[in-house]
Design a protein around this ligand. Structure first.
Ligand code: PPS
Length: 301
């Protein structure tokens, strides 16, 4: 008897989280490990690094437009962003692996996305002195966004209910590990690696134009005022939510009726999720884990 063709990930069991060198992972991000670690970065590559749900897609799209908006209009309308900006560690057949996609990218520079904690980044990125853009988002909104993402993406572990998920988040039992270790680890890297731009989701929400200017000055780009306005208009939440090339509607593991990928795009949605008791417990735990006075987040703006 022929096996039924799997057309939806809903038919497959959800992946299990396991410990991988001290970091929570699922096999979709570790199966291609040798190729990831041996990845050959080029000096002009730009690595976009984030903890999941911190604004990766937003910044990827900004960079893609800044560099390539002038290329054929087909590119913007027919190639999903996740193919233009490969996800380095992804290995989820039948999709091509992130390393294969990156190897085949025809553009210069190559924009490459990763959620890896800093200690797992392939060494060639550092050896080649690649530019790195890290985006961080406040822990509470990041947790809420991650919760809804796990609900809707059957390629991720089952999140359980909100209080179970929040407890796991505080304990770092998450895919790509602890938020606290991630944002701190990358922040410390900034101290020793100069080709680095550390940015915040909250700043983007507050003033996207200013953040585009900062990105341009880091990257040595000087778009005309009209080009910059076009980028700014294209990357609004509403436009990215409508745009099939940026809203992940092409990814079959994501059930966007459970929760859309472009969900709310706000600072402070955590207030609609945290109970008073959860918030107090979270703040207490946060103080213990976030000792670096220089790394500060905003929870409302
Ligand atoms: S992923 O899966 O890790 O790559 O997700 P990521 O892109 O990092 O994060 C998704 C969240 O970013 C929000 N987002 C935006 N907010 C405001 N403006 C724009 N343009 C924008 N683009 C993406 C997206 O809505 C997710 O956040 P939540 O809070 O869930 O809405």
């Amino acid at each position: 008897m022929n096996k039924p063709k799997i057309t939806s990930m809903e038919a497959r069991p959800r992946p299990e989280l396991f410990d991988f060198h001290g970091v929570g992972m699922i096999k979709e991000f570790t199966e291609n490990w040798d190729n990831i670690q041996n990845f050959k970065a080029r000096p002009d590559d730009i690595l976009i690094a984030t903890y999941p749900k911190a604004g990766t897609t937003w910044v990827s799209y900004i960079l893609d437009l800044l560099y390539f908006a002038h290329m054929s209009p087909d590119r913007q309308t027919s190639i999903p962003l996740h193919d233009r900006v490969p996800f380095l560690e992804l290995c989820e057949p039948p999709m091509p692996t992130g390393t294969d996609l990156a190897d085949k990218l025809p553009t210069t520079p190559r924009l490459i996305k990763t959620h890896l904690p800093v200690q797992f980044v392939p060494k060639s990125f550092w050896e080649q002195r690649c530019r790195v853009v890290y985006v961080a988002r406040n822990a509470k909104d990041n947790a809420v966004s991650y919760f809804h993402f796990e609900r809707m993406d059957s390629g991720m572990p089952e999140p359980g209910d909100w209080s179970t998920f929040l407890q796991n988040f505080m304990e770092g039992k998450m895919v790509f590990g602890s938020w606290y270790d991630h944002v701190n680890g990358w922040w410390e890297k900034k101290e020793t690696y100069s080709n680095f731009h550390y940015m915040f989701y909250e700043d983007l929400i507050e003033d996207c134009g200013r953040e585009i200017d900062r990105l341009c000055s880091f990257l040595g780009l000087s778009p005309s005022p009209e080009e910059k306005e076009r980028v700014k208009a294209s990357v609004t939440f509403d436009n990215m939510k409508r745009n099939k090339m940026t809203n992940y509607s092409t990814i079959y593991t994501m059930n966007q009726t459970t929760s859309p990928f472009m969900r709310k795009g706000k600072v402070g949605d955590w207030k609609n999720h945290f109970t008073v008791a959860q918030n107090e417990q979270f703040d207490e735990d946060y103080k213990q884990k976030m000792k670096n006075p220089d790394l500060k987040f905003r929870y409302e703006i």
